[in-house]
Design a protein around this ligand. Structure first.
Ligand code: ZN
Length: 241
């Protein structure tokens, strides 16, 4: 089903969430481009995974292959220079004194969306798609629905455009994200996500679990593993009134 001709630009990191968002966009738009960011992540493995995921999506899904266009990785190394977080430095992953996890990179999503909008402007794309999510997340303020809606207004005012920011995962949990992937691309997509997407904060790909590769103990691995367990167990049965 194609609902937009002006295309979509997907913020694609090579993780489970953004891969599901990419499949979501490929089902809806006639042209889909991808953008990734190199911001001095401690573990560059994410950027390697995204190439592999793109190549396998093209191989395994002929109906998406012709729509999947330009991919670019933008260097935002300045984030590493100006921030001090567990994702960019060797800092322990924990809860900071300000109530935010040390994995929070201030301004990251704001910068990603702004750069994406600038790229979309140049490429004539109307819709930006991101995997931001308020549900069972670590409380990142820049993943909130209100932040995204406010940013959409700012980008449209500041660039004199009518961008739409789509966040298909905003109100679903990790089990539902697996279910969404299954609805979009069946077992083939589930297997591809398990094997080739990367979530682990520690960059570990040496250990293989039923939900994919990762250390199995960092917050990102735990979230992914718990979601997968609940996905495999099947949807919760609605309580009888
Ligand atoms: Zn991990």
């Amino acid at each position: 089903m194609v609902t937009q001709d002006a295309g979509a630009l997907v913020l694609f990191s090579g993780g489970q969430d953004s891969t599901t968002c990419l499949a979501w966009a490929l089902e809806r738009f006639g042209r889909v481009e991808t953008i990734g960011f190199n911001y001095g992540q401690r573990h560059i493995v994410e950027l390697e995974c995204r190439k592999e995921v793109l190549s396998r999506l093209r191989q395994r899904f002929p109906r998406w292959s012709s729509k999947l266009g330009n991919d670019q990785v933008v260097d935002l190394g300045l984030l590493k220079d100006i921030s001090d977080t567990a994702l960019t430095r060797d800092v322990e992953i924990s809860m900071g004194t300000n109530g935010l996890p040390t994995t929070f990179v201030p301004g990251r999503n704001l910068l990603f969306l702004t750069v994406s909008a600038a790229v979309a402007y140049r490429r004539g794309i109307k819709t930006l798609v991101g995997g931001m999510c308020e549900t069972d997340f670590s409380g990142y303020p820049d993943c909130r629905d209100d932040t995204m809606k406010a940013l959409q207004v700012v980008l449209n005012l500041g660039m004199e455009k009518r961008f739409v920011i789509e966040t298909p995962l905003m109100w679903i949990d990790k089990a539902e994200t697996w279910r969404l992937a299954e609805r979009l691309g069946g077992e083939i997509l589930i297997d591809l996500i398990k094997e080739h997407t990367h979530t682990c904060y520690k960059g570990d790909r040496s250990q293989r679990h039923d939900w994919g590769r990762g250390c199995g103990t960092c917050p990102a691995c735990e979230l992914r593993a718990n979601g997968y367990k609940r996905y495999i167990a099947g949807p919760a049965i609605a309580a009888v009134a």
